[in-house]
Design a protein around this ligand. Structure first.
Ligand code: NAP
Ligand code: HSE
Length: 454
């Protein structure tokens, strides 16, 4: 059987998984590719680091030139994270005549245009299934399987680390910092987990999906995004009491009346029992709605060594077999085609909202708050005032000492669910309420998914 010589640049979590599949399941891969995928080199930064895999002699190297200058290596899995040196390495690989497979969504979201232009100019390909949704084949589905459709919306959980953290806190009562550390140990998190928890990683993936599905060339930094900092453990409890779970949801929704695309990453309350509410741990899920196909739900491991390696190796097989060449040339991603779709300004988007305030337990406070909501045309669906937290028994509780109002009255949590309102109205009301003297500094404001949309 013919051989295609391949290399891996970056032998971290994902690179190691790719090497395992290439070395342990070579026969299976060869059957699918119609040729043997022969691992020629695997490059790392630090040769002295302990590796969890034993590679054949001569394969592991810290010399990228041994890949760049070997004309027999045709396909390279580029598995270095971040922007630099990842960008330079990818350009060097393309210039050296290699077809590239990558899992680096940050790099594509930031420099996709430059990289795709270079690949096209050189007649090379970039395959990137693993960049969104880990093992879920969402890129192939959107760019190929749904090509008879106008996609109407994409909604999903696109970051495994943050979903893992939420699940651990909710189900195991784990502390936030411990859950982050476990996500890192399990290989789910980015080198800098800030990108996972603040919604950036999900926004980068959403930018790629929105580009594929709607042709919009959106800069990921311009996508409105909030992350796990927007709520606390108490909100997971209150949401649960109301029959919801909180999930970090990435949304791309085409409003057909206006032709505008709503895009954001928002912690969102989703009714228990809805598919997205039940996604646990490092799993991702994406609900795609197409005008012909209807609703389609994808669910699978969105982070971790072997699920991600599964997507990378599938791309390597497609590239070696010549299939990527056909799809890449036809793909309009980062092409010159102008999209007619406009992005909906975030403040014009509409939704239901969950608001939690810590308010002084005094007469008249509730009417002040409901008055402000009414003034901004935000209608209340339900309101719960809890008794003080058990640990808060005096006016010098930790909450009050945090805002420096010694001797101030006891505070109680107030949870409000609204009916649909525009983001600008809900936000204006929320800001005005937070500024009331009777409202302490801890205030939470989250989106709520409409009953049947999850
Ligand atoms: P990782 O564990 O941090 O591994 C990165 C690897 O890159 C390390 O082996 C490192 O070498 C190597 N490296 C860094 N700079 C290098 C350089 N200049 N030359 C050669 N090698 C260099 O990262 P990862 O989790 O495998 O992620 C890789 C990519 O996949 C990222 O873009 C990430 O966003 C994406 N991704 C990850 C997952 C996941 O679950 N982990 C899922 C989907 C996508 P040393 O080992 O010597 O330090
Ligand atoms: N850090 C990412 C996540 C890896 O947790 O989803 C998958 O892209």
């Amino acid at each position: 059987m013919e051989k295609t010589r391949v290399a891996i640049v970056g032998m971290g979590t994902v690179g190691t998984g790719v090497a395992k599949l290439l070395l342990d399941h070579g026969d299976r891969l060869a059957r699918h590719a119609g040729r043997v995928l022969w691992l020629e080199k695997a490059t790392v930064r630090d040769l002295k680091k302990n590796r969890s895999i034993q590679l054949p002699k001569g394969v592991l190297t810290d010399d990228l030139n041994s890949v760049l200058q070997d004309p027999n290596i045709e396909v390279v899995a580029h598995l270095v994270g971040g922007i630099e040196p990842a960008r330079t390495i990818m350009l060097q690989l393309l210039d050296a005549g290699k077809d590239v497979v990558t899992a680096n969504k940050a790099l594509l979201a930031e420099h996709g245009e430059e990289l795709f232009d270079r690949a096209r100019a050189l007649g090379r390909t970039i395959a990137f299934e693993a960049s969104v949704g880990g093992g879920i084949p969402i890129i192939a589905n959107i760019s190929q399987c749904f090509s008879a459709n106008q996609i109407r919306s994409l909604r999903g959980i696109l970051n495994g680390t943050s979903n893992y953290i939420i699940t651990q806190m909710e189900e195991q009562g784990e502390d936030y910092a411990d859950a982050v550390r476990h996500a890192q140990e399990l290989g789910y998190a980015e080198a800098d987990p800030t990108m996972d928890v603040d919604g950036s990683d999900a926004a980068q993936k959403l930018a790629i999906l929105a580009h594929l599905a709607f042709g919009v060339r959106v800069k990921w930094r311009e996508i409105h995004r909030r992350g796990l900092e927007a709520f606390q453990l108490a909100d997971l409890r209150y949401a649960s009491e109301l029959g919801y779970r909180i999930k970090l949801i990435a949304t791309a929704h085409l409003h057909e009346e206006t032709g505008q695309l709503e895009l954001h990453v928002s912690p969102t309350l989703i009714r228990k029992g809805r598919p997205l509410a039940e996604v646990r741990g490092a799993y991702n899920a994406i609900l795609v709605v197409g005008d012909a196909v209807g609703d389609m739900f994808f669910h699978g491991k969105g982070a971790g060594q072997m699920p991600t390696a599964s997507a990378v190796v599938a791309d390597m097989i497609d590239t070696a077999a010549g299939r990527t060449d056909i799809t890449f040339r036809r793909l309009e991603l980062w092409s010159d085609r102008e999209s007619k779709i406009e992005i909906l300004p975030y403040e014009h988007s509409k939704g239901r909202y969950y608001m939690r305030f810590h308010v002084a337990d005094e007469p008249g406070v509730l009417s002040q708050i409901t008055g402000i909501l009414g003034k901004h045309q935000v209608s209340i669906a339900s309101i719960i005032q809890h008794e003080p937290e058990p640990e808060q028994t005096t006016g010098s509780s930790s909450d009050e000492s945090r805002d420096g109002r010694e001797g101030s009255p006891l505070t109680v949590p107030l949870v409000i669910m609204t009916h649909q309102a525009t983001e600008s109205a809900a936000m204006a009301a929320n800001t005005e309420i937070r500024n009331l003297a009777s409202v302490r500094d801890e205030a939470v404001y989250l989106r709520v998914s409409e009953g049947d949309k999850a």
